[in-house]
Structures are given as structure tokens and as C-alpha cells.
Design a protein around this ligand. Sequence first.
Ligand SMILES: C[S@@+](CC[C@H](N)C(=O)[O-])C[C@H]1O[C@@H](n2cnc3c(N)ncnc32)[C@H](O)[C@@H]1O
Length: 267
Amino acid sequence: MLEKNKIYNIDCIEGMRLLQNSSIDLTVTSPPYDNLRSYKGYSFDFESVAKELYRVTKDGGVVVWVVNDATVKGSETGTSFRQALYFKEVGFLLHDTMLYEKDSCPYPETTRYYPSFEYMFILVKGKIGTVHLIADKPNKHYGDKISGTVRNPDGSVIPMSAIKNNTGRKIKPFGIRPNIWRYKMGYMKSTTDKISYKHPAIFPEQLAYDHIISWSNKGDVVLDPFMGSGTTAKMARVAGRDFIGFEISKEYCDIAEERLNTNALFF
Ligand SMILES: C[S@@+](CC[C@H](N)C(=O)[O-])C[C@H]1O[C@@H](n2cnc3c(N)ncnc32)[C@H](O)[C@@H]1O
């Protein structure tokens, strides 16, 4: 097993081959998307990455795969869907297709509605192990008695209040959030670490943090095979998890190291 809490300047397949079977609790990552960014010309072999992720993930462990498609000659590539289906072929369950909605649009379009989201595929190895759903959606009817009805499998309807443990219960102030997550994007919004903007495609710190607290426990090991500017590593540390990262570019590794050394506990 590699030493934890380090970012390795290595191709992610080579890096993952150094990890033992079933040694990772959670992966939060965003690979290069089609050719949307050049990343100094680095590429990766998706099928090998998918197989290695399956091998290194613990039973019940989760992979969060954040991805989008390029539009080539007027048509979206569909790479994201192909990747999600390939993950199923190698054994993962496609637990959920979540969306990451951006509050800004980098490429204004004239023939399409503004592209404002990316996919966040939640892949699980077997039955999901750790789930801590975030309950931060304000409930409109906070304080009211639980009402409404539920339908039984045979089609009959019963009042919610008739369900065991619901009698006299009131609606809580916050409910579980839906599976579309909205984040602020852009300079000093995704993070306040100025150095990270030397990388062309960071994801928001809050996105990484929200997944880390949803699908892992304190002390778990979080992997990012495409570490970029170090967002997953930083947020794993903030959340009290260990991390392992791989990044092929020495320049981006240096950015991530410097970011971790100066800002690792600030959010
Ligand atoms: C979308 S970026 C990740 C950004 C990261 N989530 C962040 O917040 O900074 C993808 C990264 O994968 C790296 N990369 C590309 N091919 C790679 C490979 N074969 N092995 C490891 N890293 C690779 C690129 O250099 C780039 O930094």
C-alpha cells in the first residue's frame, strides 16, 4: 500500500497498480473531458482506469465520477454516458446520476440553451456501505404535523399519520437535498486559494467536501487519480479523511502541494 496523505506525480494507472485490492473507501475525481482542455496533452486509458478503480475499491465503496461531453461537429460526444455504462460492465452499480449545476456559463451559445451542468455519476461496488445524506433543504412546511398519504403496493392509500412512528410528528426544518447540486463557479468562488487557478479546470471545494461527507466516514481513505490542483486532497483533510492522489503533470502536483501546505485546513 502506498503511503497515505500524499500526491504522487505518476500516471494514474501506474499509481493504482501500486494499491492493494479493496483498499479505497471512496474516490472523488474528474478526469479530462474529451478534448475540452488539453492538460498539456496528457491523456488516459479510460477502460484500464475503470477496471483498476473497481479492483481498488472496497466492497460497498463509492466512486464519484464528474464528467461532461464536448460538442463535436454539432453533436455531443456522449462519452459521459458511454463511460457510465462501461463502469457497469466492469461490475459497478450505477447508484445515481447526479448533476452539478454551475451558477455561470463559460461558453455562451446562440443555438442551444446555455450548458449549465456536468454529470456526477455515483458508482458503487456492491451494496453501498456508507451513506450520510445531507439534509439542508429548507422545508416549506417546517413545524406542521406530518400529513399527506402514501400508496401501498396493492394500490390502497393510507394517511402518513397512520404509519408507525409518524403519529404526532412534525415536519423538520430541513429535508434531504435533491440530487442536483448547485455551486458558485469562477475566480475566488470555487476556492479562495489563488494558486489553484493556475490549473485550468478545478471543481468547487464544496462539491468535493459534500461527496466526501456523504459517502465516507472519518479516517476513511479517499482517492483522486486525476488530482489536478489538489481539491479532493484538501477537502479530505478538512473532513478528517486520509487521501491518496495521482497527477501526471509535475506542474499541477507542485500547485497541489503548495496549496495543501498553505491552506489545507481552511475552507
Ligand atoms: C479535470 S482535471 C482535475 C481537476 C481537479 N478535480 C481539481 O479540482 O483541481 C484532470 C487532471 O487529470 C490529469 N491527468 C490527465 N491524464 C492523467 C493520467 N493519465 N494520470 C494522472 N493524471 C492525469 C490532468 O493533468 C489534469 O490535471
